[in-house]
Structure formats: structure tokens, C-alpha cells
Design a protein around this ligand. Sequence first.
Ligand code: UDP
Ligand code: MG
Length: 150
Amino acid sequence: MALEQTLILVKPDGAKRRLTGMVFDRLEAAGLDLCAAKVVSVTEELAREHYKALSDKPFFPNLIRYIRGEFHDIRKNKILAAVFQGEDAIKLVRKVAGATNPEQADPGTIRGSFGRITTEGQFENVIHASGDPADAEREIKLWFKPEEIV
Ligand code: UDP
Ligand code: MG
């Protein structure tokens, strides 16, 4: 067991459907502590940097449009970014989030309850959660300044 921090993004489908409170509620109910949160305007550059490991995937162009709110009429590309902390937080948040593919996610998870696959095949899965400790460290640095994490 290790005390970890992990990055959460409430994606534009989550914001549009007013699921932000539900996400925070489920993460807090799992025993996690909120230590940073802010609304960010997601530039093309930030989106590409965040998802750079996926840049050669066929779904990458639409993933960038999705995270920038272009499929959900999110004005100013606003997204909610947060850091949660706790024992084994990275794995725990992934468990609460559920599998990447919302059709394969357990129905008790956030993605299993509220995610969908669009007719174009895009996974709209409500939240981003860091995948492993290296990703968590990189992503937290990308989205937050050190003094924003309390
Ligand atoms: N994604 C998609 N189709 C796929 C795989 C991924 O639309 O076949 C999207 C989905 O929104 C996912 C994101 O790309 O959350 C990042 O993919 P990753 O494999 O890192 O999944 P995650 O870490 O978010 O579970
Ligand atoms: Mg990932």
C-alpha cells in the first residue's frame, strides 16, 4: 500500500449531463481525499500532450475533439480537472471508474452506469483517471502547478 495522488478529469459528456457531483461523491465514498480542483480551458496543445501516448491510434483525432468539448457544445472548451489522494489511489480510482469501454464496464462503476459508445464508435466514458504511477505523475504536472495541490 502506498499513499498516491491521481488525476481525474470530468470529461465533456460528464459535464453536459451534470454528473460532476456524482463523480466526486463516488470518489469520496471510496475513501479518497480531494487535494486540487479547477476548471480548465483545454487547448489543442494540452489535449494532444495529455493523450500523446495514443497519437498513432485511429480514434486519436476524435478523442482530441471529444476532450475539448466539441461533441457536447462545451463553450470555451471547459473541463474540470482534479487530484485525489489516498492509499493505492490510482488503482482505486480506476476501479470506481470502470473499464475504458463503457459496454464492458461493470454496471456499478461510473463508466458502466453513465458511459456510452456513440454511433461513430467514440467511447464517451465520463471521466479520465490516470492509468499508473508514471502517468499520474506526468498528468498531475501537466494540469496543475505544485502550489495548486494542497
Ligand atoms: N478511446 C476510444 N476508443 C478506444 C479506446 C479509447 O474512444 O478504442 C478513448 C476513451 O475515451 C478513453 C480514451 O480514449 O477513455 C483514452 O484511452 P485509454 O486507452 O488511455 O483508456 P483510459 O485510460 O481512459 O481507460
Ligand atoms: Mg489511459
